[in-house]
Design a protein around this ligand. Structure first.
Ligand code: SER
Length: 317
């Protein structure tokens, strides 16, 4: 039986991943790790155990891992790309020093570890269209630098110590549950909130800027199915390209207008977000994930849009 620790359980991905893991493995087997000030509430607090698990505190992680007999860690502690540019030292402390602490606990306790990478691990010199699984990764954001380092250190622990590390490179994740905080792809979430609230949306990303995106149910499915995959089939580990859809602002706007015809969008381009977006792939090639662990997304832009609007109408109106 798996005993799982989710670090960052109250964040954008963690809040939904913890609930999904509890459905699959039982509430008692999934510990919601959090930092003070971001305590689990409601279903997250009630659905199973929770514990303070600050990645910058290695001793604390060790205690939690041994108390709950943890054998699998989903490490979702990170700053998103725009916030990380404002606090690069903190981004490194959480993303890399924190990961080091986790990998040490995993080595001692023989835990599997999932630490997401991102489209942000690519940079301006990366081939932008059909970005291959194995290609140039020279990001210029601290977010990207820490994601590439995450991939390398995770592979290092696998090859050197046999720690079962696996990861995907997530596209921008879109969800109606917990809003993202401070990412470049956040506009593709914010646009739905504006549309459902009947507000005009001010888009910070320039027309024509393509980025990979994914609906959260597919993101959760990617993480869990990779961690459950047969290790003998894995040629890659850290980290797999996973893709579901790629669009520019005008495309998502047009899709929302099919459901909410009065919806209006104007542009007020944010130079930092725009330069980050332009350095990322237009669309990734995820054939390695498809062949090594049968990755396949369920949602495209029209089906995601329909579901987002339905769910946000219930949540907001
Ligand atoms: N969603 C992230 C960001 O925009 C990218 O992985 O920072």
């Amino acid at each position: 039986m798996k005993n799982i620790l989710v670090i960052g359980s109250t964040g954008q991905i963690g809040s939904e991943l913890t609930t999904e893991l509890r459905k699959r493995y039982g509430g008692d087997h999934v510990v919601a790790g959090y930092i003070p000030g971001a305590e689990p509430k409601g279903e997250l607090a009630e659905g199973g155990p929770s514990a303070i698990a600050d990645v910058t505190n290695g001793e604390q992680l060790k205690e939690v891992a041994s108390k709950y007999h943890i054998d699998t860690i989903y490490n979702l502690a990170a700053l998103l790309s725009v916030v990380a540019e404002q606090k690069p030292r903190l981004a490194w402390r959480i993303g890399i020093d924190g990961l080091w602490n986790i990998l040490e606990v995993a080595r001692e306790n023989k835990c599997a570890v999932f630490t997401p990478s991102s489209i942000g691990s690519f940079g301006p010199n990366t081939p932008h269209v059909g970005t291959p699984q194995d290609t140039i990764q020279r990001p210029r954001t601290i977010y990207g630098v820490s994601k590439v380092t995450t991939e390398l250190i995770s592979d290092y622990y696998f090859h050197k110590y046999g720690v079962d590390t696996r990861a995907v490179r997530f596209p921008g994740l879109i969800s109606y549950v917990t809003p993202p905080g401070g990412g470049t792809t956040d506009y593709a979430v914010d646009i739905y909130y504006a549309a459902v609230r009947g507000e005009k949306f001010v888009c910070p990303i320039k027309e024509g800027t393509l980025m990979d995106m994914m609906y959260m149910p597919d993101g959760l499915h990617a993480a869990i199915s990779l961690m459950e995959a047969d290790p003998s089939r894995l040629i890659h580990r850290n980290a797999f390209n996973v893709a579901a859809m790629s669009f520019a602002p005008e495309t998502i706007y047009a899709e929302i207008k099919k459901v909410i015809p009065d919806f209006q969008m104007v542009y007020d381009v944010d130079p930092l977000k725009q330069s980050i977006a332009e350095s990322w792939p237009d669309s990734m090639d995820d054939s390695a994930a498809r062949s090594e662990w049968d990755w396949k997304p369920q949602y495209d832009l029209p089906t995601m849009t329909k579901d987002m609007i339905e769910k946000l109408r219930v949540k907001l109106l």
